[in-house]
Design a binder for this molecule. Sequence first.
Ligand code: FES
Length: 137
Amino acid sequence: MARHIVARTSDIPPGGNKVFGVEGRDIVVFHVNGEFFALLNRCPHEGAPLEKAACVARLTSPEPGVYQRSRVGELLRCPWHGWEFDMRNGQSWFDPKRVKVRSYPVAVESGEELQKGPYVAETFPVHVEDSYVIIET
Ligand code: FES
């Protein structure tokens, strides 16, 4: 699995999101409750951009007239037809076995922890002999 360094944590404000083009796909990264979640930016129903989805809470009802909110901001409600998805794994609530948004693992690492990138400029040894500069190729 290839790693792609896409942003600083400060580039995505709490409660916000940002879309990144990665290997030809648009991936949206959400910053919710101090965590980051990455999903394909496309609803599996008719393709709405999930960057425009509402980030809502899970609502449950143990009995009539009583409801409880949990996981505030971690559920996505599609902007076009209201299908809802779990931001942690992309699964839909109405048909979790068959309908889901592709999700991607996200890691946050400090600059010191990151490895060197794969792109290295070609370098050549240089020697100075009697005031002449010589480049080896
Ligand atoms: S496009 Fe998302 S619910 Fe229809």
